[in-house]
Design a protein around this ligand. Sequence first.
Ligand code: ARG
Length: 245
Amino acid sequence: MKKFLSVALVLVLTACMFVGCGKKDKKTLTMATNAYFPPYEYYDGDDIVGIDVEIAQAIADKLDMKLKVEDMEFDSIITAVTAGKADIGLAGMTVTEDRLKSINFSDSYAKGVQVVIVKEGSDIQSIDDLAGKKIGVQLATTGDIYATDDFGSECVEQYNKGNDAVMALVSGKVDAVIIDNEPAKSFVAANSGLVILETEYVTEDYAACIAKDNTELLEKVNDALAELKADGTLQKIIDKYIKAE
Ligand code: ARG
């Protein structure tokens, strides 16, 4: 009898292993990002948090998937997604014609503005004043691309992280930093003696990037985004991190 019981137990356990005991294992949605871009993505202790992470989590919930966030250099995100190392990229990433050649973008979920940070009392007061100055940018971002186009690569210093560009401004290695407005606000708040110019440089749309051949996921993500927009979840996430002025 005892023997019969233990055999039965082994059989039940083995069966459980195969069917997962009724609990179906969720598939993972891997998100590539560059987590030095508050309030969209940044470290809170060991955790990566922010608007993009919460939006991706809300999308994953709708798709009944588990979210995994992978931090990498900004200029590796598109390659990681095209190579299938990540399913989706959310990184306050701007939709551009050039990027659309290699990757698809979801519907836009937020607006961004490229702004100019200078030191208080700087003689740079407009975009035109940037001519001939040293401009710090985050490598491969739209700030980098536009500044290089408009002022020439000899005027542009590229840094791996936005904050490194801001530190270069603080220490006087560059005269200005071109970066997205929300991270700009957070970097200016964290360092005294910096201001953001009133003039907006370029206005842009943020969206999630997904590999060209993964149109199934693109559709699902767009459906999820539409629902999150319609029921106010998206706005709630944004309002949690960006306080109205
Ligand atoms: N919006 C800019 C771009 O797409 C900058 C994004 C930088 N994002 C980041 N997570 N570091 O190029």
